[in-house]
Design a protein around this ligand. Structure first.
Ligand SMILES: N[C@@H](CCC(=O)N[C@@H](CS)C(=O)NCC(=O)O)C(=O)O
Length: 204
C-alpha cells in the first residue's frame, strides 16, 4: 500500500503533497474537495472532524491535521527536512505552531474575502483587516531572517515548508511583501523548489 493523501492540492493538502514530493514518497491523492469533505464516508472513517487533509500511511497509520501530518512524515522518513538534534526539533515545532496560530487564521480570512468565496460573500474591509493583522508577525519573521536563509536550521526543513505554505496564502491574497524583504526572499526560496512547483502544478 502507498501513502494515501485525502484532499486536493487546492486545499491544505497542498502542504502534504509538497512534503511528499520533497521526500520522494510514492503517494496517491484521493480527490476530496473541501465542499464535499463533510459527507465523504471514506474521509469520515479516517477523520472524525470530516475535514481534509487526512492521510492513511502505507502501514495503515491514519493522521489528520495538515501540520501534524507533515511533522509525522518528516520525522518518520528523517533526512535533511527533519531535525538533526533536539534544538532543531524545538525550532521546527516552534515555527510550525507559530505559523498555524499567529498567521493562518488571518491569511485564510484574507484569501476567503479576496479569492475563495463567491463575490457576493466577500467583504473587502475584512480582507484589509486580516492583512493588517499579519503585519506584526510578518515583521517578526522578517527580523528573524536577517542573516538567515531558513527558519529552524541552516537548511530547508519541514518548518520552512509548513510556514511557507501558510504565508503563501497571504501573498496570494495580495499582501504587500515589499516591507519584508528577508521574508519575501525566503518565501521565494521555499516556493521555487522543484517539489513546491510540482505540488503547485497539481492545483490546476
Ligand atoms: N486545522 C485543520 C483544518 C482542516 C480544514 O479546515 N480543512 C478544510 C479544507 S483546507 C476543510 O476540510 N473544509 C471543509 C469543511 O470544513 O467541511 C488542518 O490543518 O488540517
Amino acid at each position: 500500500m502507498t501513502l494515501k493523501i485525502f484532499g486536493i492540492a487546492r486545499s491544505r493538502a497542498f502542504r502534504n503533497i509538497w512534503l511528499s514530493e520533497e521526500l520522494g514518497l510514492d503517494y496517491e491523492v484521493i480527490d476530496i474537495a473541501p465542499t464535499d469533505a463533510h459527507q465523504d464516508e471514506r474521509l469520515r472513517a479516517l477523520n472524525p472532524n470530516a475535514r481534509i487533509p487526512a492521510i492513511e500511511d502505507e502501514d495503515g497509520t491514519v493522521i489528520w491535521e495538515s501540520i501534524a501530518i507533515n511533522l509525522y512524515l518528516a520525522g518518520k522518513h528523517r533526512g535533511e527536512l527533519s531535525a538533526d538534534d533536539a534544538a532543531e526539533y524545538g525550532r521546527i515545532l516552534q515555527w510550525s505552531f507559530w505559523g498555524v496560530t499567529e498567521c493562518e487564521p488571518n491569511a485564510l480570512e484574507a484569501l476567503r474575502h479576496r479569492m475563495l468565496w463567491p463575490e457576493e460573500r466577500r467583504v473587502e474591509a475584512k480582507a484589509v483587516e486580516a492583512l493588517a493583522a499579519l503585519e506584526r508577525p510578518f515583521a517578526t519573521l522578517n527580523s528573524y531572517l536577517e542573516g538567515r536563509d531558513y527558519l529552524a536550521a541552516d537548511r530547508f526543513t519541514v518548518a520552512d515548508l509548513n510556514v511557507a505554505s501558510i504565508l503563501g496564502w497571504a501573498k496570494a491574497a495580495g499582501m504587500d511583501l515589499a516591507p519584508y524583504p528577508n521574508l519575501k526572499a525566503w518565501l521565494s526560496r521555499c516556493t521555487s523548489r522543484p517539489a513546491a512547483r510540482k505540488a503547485t502544478s497539481l492545483m490546476r
